[in-house]
Design a protein around this ligand. Structure first.
Ligand SMILES: *Cc1c(COP(=O)(O)O)cnc(C)c1O
Length: 381
């Protein structure tokens, strides 16, 4: 078949000694944010950029979201927030995992907002504010039924009875997180919605937030004042079950062909000879493996693609390489094949590996050349 588009268009590429090319489409990222804003027209759309922007680069991702109007960003850890400072002037940066003991001064100095998840965190933030003689901004998270992070109902009632707990704290957001939002009909969704509404009424009147990506697709009742998408921004399908993914793909992963060989029938292929050639075969070895975050369990389960040609993975995935059935795709060393791409999206890869797209994206290693596609506004480079 002609026009397989496997020749790397950048003639210098491959000379840099990387495992492959990870292309991150920042135009698609911005388009996904717009689509979510249309889905939640009465809410502010924040950006969740924890775990290095779901593996795609927190700084370029956050910069792109900022350029498209996003002013509220969530990360998991204070260190992630500190790394974003400077690139996002005037933005609110919130730390989902809250306030770890000893981090109070650094968090306050940097103007970063902890998501306060326990009475102990509330007390330490209040003490820091009183010590400084100024109010410090924060979000309060309540546990509406996930048992992971957040103030328990009895904590919330205690604060409801005695606002002294919050002395010095400028409550900018009251939030909670849904446990089962990707399952539209799961009864926990409505239960959490009810409990969140009840609990937040006992807290200071501040903007409220409940929905992650999947929560946005549960409908308007779940949107409140601010929504917190992560995976949908990055092109992952934001709900379980059938029906097409409304989001645009953001990540494309291409591996470089290292070697091509012809083997006779009966040849054992790769570790453990987990596959044996049942006929004469042409094999191509590509330079990506489980050390790059490509799941080892995908050996024998999925394929790479050269344009429209499907090239099954043969045998086990090694640390730094994978063997493909190259068929008659005409591969040569240096060619690029898609592991995540137009014919096989991140959702399909995740499904084949019995996991979720979050894990595929956030596991992507550091050995790729990263190419950022933008619209030329210089929002990221
Ligand atoms: C990670 C996270 C999000 C984003 O979730 P997605 O499912 O990726 O949209 C939102 N809120 C909280 C509290 C999170 O931990």
């Amino acid at each position: 078949m002609a026009g397989r588009a496997v020749r790397d268009p950048d003639p210098r590429s491959g000379g840099d000694g990387t495992a492959g090319v990870l292309t991150i489409d920042l135009v698609a990222l911005a388009a996904n944010r717009r689509l979510l804003a249309e889905r939640a027209p009465h809410a502010t759309v924040a950006g969740v950029v924890k775990a290095d922007g779901y593996g795609l680069g927190a700084s370029p991702v956050a910069g792109t979201l900022f350029a498209s109007g996003c002013r509220t960003f969530f990360v998991a850890h204070l260190a992630e927030a500190l790394a974003l400072l400077g690139g996002l002037p005037g933005a609110d940066i919130l730390v989902l995992n809250g306030l770890s003991p000893g981090a109070e001064a650094r968090c306050a100095d940097a103007g970063i907002q902890p998501v306060l998840n326990s009475l102990d965190q509330v007390a330490r933030w209040s003490r820091e504010a009183r010590r400084r003689g100024k109010r410090l901004p924060a979000a309060l998270q309540v546990d509406s039924g996930m048992a992971r992070l957040g103030l328990s109902p009895s904590d919330v009632e205690a604060i409801g009875r005695d606002r002294g707990f919050l002395e010095g704290i400028d409550v900018r957001l009251v939030m909670s997180h849904l446990a089962c939002a990707d399952e539209r009909n799961h009864p926990a969704n409505a239960a959490q919605l009810g409990r969140f509404t009840e609990l937040s009424a006992m807290l200071p009147d501040a903007p409220r937030s409940l929905a992650n990506s999947a929560g946005i697709f549960l409908g308007e009742h779940y949107h409140f004042d601010l929504v917190r998408p992560g995976i949908a921004l990055y092109g992952g399908k934001p709900f379980a079950g059938t029906g097409p993914n409304p989001m645009r793909a953001v990540a494309r992963l291409q591996a470089r062909v290292v070697q091509v060989r012809d083997v006779p029938s009966g040849t054992g292929i790769g570790y453990g000879h987990a596959a044996v050639a049942s006929k004469a075969m042409r094999l191509a070895t590509i330079g990506i493996g489980y050390a790059d975050g490509w799941p080892r369990r995908l050996g024998g389960r999925i394929a790479a693609w050269a344009g429209d040609a499907r090239l099954p993975i043969v045998g086990r995935v090694s640390m730094d390489s994978i063997v493909l059935d190259a068929g008659d795709a005409g591969l040569r060393p240096g060619d690029l094949v898609d592991l995540v791409g137009p014919r096989q999206g991140v959702d399909a890869v995740a499904a084949a590996a019995d996991t979720i797209p979050y894990e595929i994206l956030t596991s992507l290693g550091r050995r790729f050349e990263r190419r950022y596609v933008n619209d030329g506004t210089g929002a990221a480079s």
